[in-house]
Design a protein around this ligand. Sequence first.
Ligand code: PMT
Length: 403
Amino acid sequence: MALQNKKIVLGITGGIAAYKCPEIVRRLKDLGFDIRVVMTNGAKEFITPLTLQAVSGNPVSDSLLDPAAEASMGHIELAKWADLIVIAPATCNTIAAINAGLANDLLTTICLATAAPIAIAPAMNQQMYKAAATQENLKNLTQRSVAIWGPGSGEQACGDVGKGRLLDPAEIVELVQQHFMPEPAQSLLNLNILITAGPTREAIDPVRYISNHSSGKMGFSIAQAAKQLGAKVTLISGPVSLSTPQDVERINVTSASEMHDNALKQAPSHDIFIACAAVADYRPSNVSDQKIKKNDDDMTVTMIKNPDILADISALTEQRPFCVGFAAETQDVEVYARGKLARKKLDLIAANNVSVAGQGFNSDDNALTLYWKDGQHELPLANKQELAKQLVVEIIKHYNQAQ
Ligand code: PMT
């Protein structure tokens, strides 16, 4: 989904939580959004326009009657320019003014003059939030399709405890991203998605194992993207050094057999299974109890085949999830990927050419080709986070068609 060039007016009003705004702007900029900041006089008591100008890379607007600002981008242009107006933190005063349709400062005037959607993230003392007037204002705004994001609960700057805290920057950024999600992605909201990621380790003795170069980055990025798009995500991970994406349930395993047992247990309660793990195809047939000594010049390890997690889940006759495989190939990518698609009776397969430098195993970037029975679709080289978002959107399109 192209977040690049999406234009956001961030309205900042006068509350202590305004200190969180540079973090919101930085995160949105990192995602490719174009940000214009509008500050009320109250906001400038808590944070300087210069800080916001530096992080947004754009001049900050703070006055309705500023000839210089009106000469460059005036209030009507700003109102027309925005794809989304986010007011964070929104004080009860600004909320009341927007509800009343006042145009008594630049921010409220832009809200009246815009056709763009408006989202408000309230931040105020818990008693002021509970006040009947504030609740009435918020209810009215909701009925006029203004989105209300939060507030969160907890300890407040004044020492009170209760509802009225500004959402964390990460939560606000996630809500902005969700706002721009294409339609099919929005239907992830009630879906349970199971993902395998990372390598497996097949023990030879207590200190040695056979494994591969999977870092888990691709699978973890898919888990994060699916979660951000609203799904409930279970991630079964081999040994990797990555932190768990927020609100994703993680099950750690070591060997292919462990991954198999856990995945088979989880699969029936999930709608979609995405097998991104690089599972060892074979394991040593005997695992020595003690460290093997180097008494001989050579050594033979006899291997036996591991169970195929993806094939076994795809073969479920009841409560079978929609099955998406990966194919890591070094040659004849389409032929081998289509072979796996047919043999394992998959709904979709994502093939990557892991012989190309800078993509595939243990890299930050990847490129995928999706194959299904009678079609294919390219997802060109991109960082794994961006690619994962595109992949999840494609998976959900196919999942919806299959229902
Ligand atoms: O982890 P990264 O460093 O980010 O690298 C990402 C990746 C290259 C590992 C990933 O993009 C990828 O290609 N994962 C699948 C790797 C793989 O094992 O491919 P395969 O072609 O050998 O297996 C085919 C499919 O069967 C895969 O979905 C695999 O998860 C599954 N499988 C394989 C063997 C087995 N015993 N059980 C399985 O479920």
